[in-house]
Design a protein. Structure first.
Length: 288
């Protein structure tokens, strides 16, 4: 066999092996939605939860009378609970979403824990609360997020939260608010907490097992792999609507996960590629 064919075969095998190391489905950690929120919303996939204020009731819960004027909605907030050690060492991120027929998929990114970067601020802020491990993710814009036409019978309008971090033990969604122009509450459900200051930098805390956590003001090893472009790990979600039938079908797909997961898979893949190429070199030397 020619040397070129041996090298080509070994390189192909290395590429296949490396691709196998990267997760086929890079969805984020599951959002654990409290029972009271689950009753009024929809969880079409593990890392996405939404509350509909207009739409087809055959598709799930719709809170049609909860907000009198959808054109008055300027933002929303979600109260979440996380493992604080994970939050400060691994970090988390995602988006608060305003999904409608008029505006399509309108996502406002959030970041928390070690994913917070002062030089790359997000539209959605992460606030601390008095309760350890409990945070408020809030977006408040300067323009309505829904058009008044979204109140029509054939249209849909939903407020949701998406999570991209794949390594967290879990994110508990326990409360939500829909906000007006001045931050006034138009709708509220669940167990919301009072927000404090904006979380600017992660605060290191020891885990219950006594393992070392990342010191404040320093980057964790896993965080280094995320610094290039977190948006590449962002979930892409769409809603397909049939105006003729008047039904709404929520079709979501997540290509999202924390970049450190993909980076770990890629590193392992490159290692396999090196082993394969080394094998090729041995074969070639024996052929001589």
């Amino acid at each position: 066999m020619k040397i070129s064919k041996i090298l080509a075969g070994m390189s192909a095998a290395a590429i296949v092996a490396s691709m196998a190391m990267i997760p086929a489905s890079a969805a984020g950690t599951k959002l654990n939605v409290s029972d009271d929120l689950a009753k009024i919303g929809r969880q079409t996939q593990d890392d996405l939860f939404a509350v509909f204020f207009n739409g087809d009731e055959s598709e799930g819960a719709v809170n049609k009378d909860a907000i009198s004027d959808l054109g008055a909605v300027y933002g929303a907030s979600f109260t979440i609970k996380v493992d604080n050690n994970d939050w400060n060492t691994i970090g988390g991120g995602g988006s608060i979403n305003f999904n409608s027929k008029s505006g399509g998929w309108n996502a406002k990114d959030w970041a928390g824990g070690s994913w917070v970067e002062d030089d790359k601020p997000k539209d959605t802020l992460c606030y601390t609360t008095e309760e350890e491990g409990t945070y408020v993710l809030e977006y408040l814009g300067d323009a309505p997020v829904f058009a008044t036409t979204d109140g029509d019978a054939d249209n849909y309008a939903a407020v949701g939260i998406n999570n991209w971090a794949a390594d967290l033990k879990g994110i508990d969604v326990v409360g939500m608010k829909v906000l007006g122009a001045d931050g006034n509450v138009l709708f509220e459900a669940g167990s919301n907490k009072d927000k404090k200051e904006v979380q600017k930098k992660p605060v290191a805390e020891e885990s219950s097992s006594g393992a070392d956590s990342t010191p404040s003001g320093t980057d964790s090893k896993k965080d280094d792999s995320k610094k290039d472009d977190k948006s590449s790990a962002a979930a892409t979600s769409t809603v397909a609507t049939s105006s003729k039938s008047g039904t709404t079908t929520t079709a979501t797909s997540s290509a999202a996960a924390s970049d450190n997961v993909a980076a770990t898979g890629a590193t392992a893949g490159l290692a396999l590629a090196g082993v394969a190429l080394a094998g090729a070199a041995i074969v070639i030397s024996k052929r001589k």
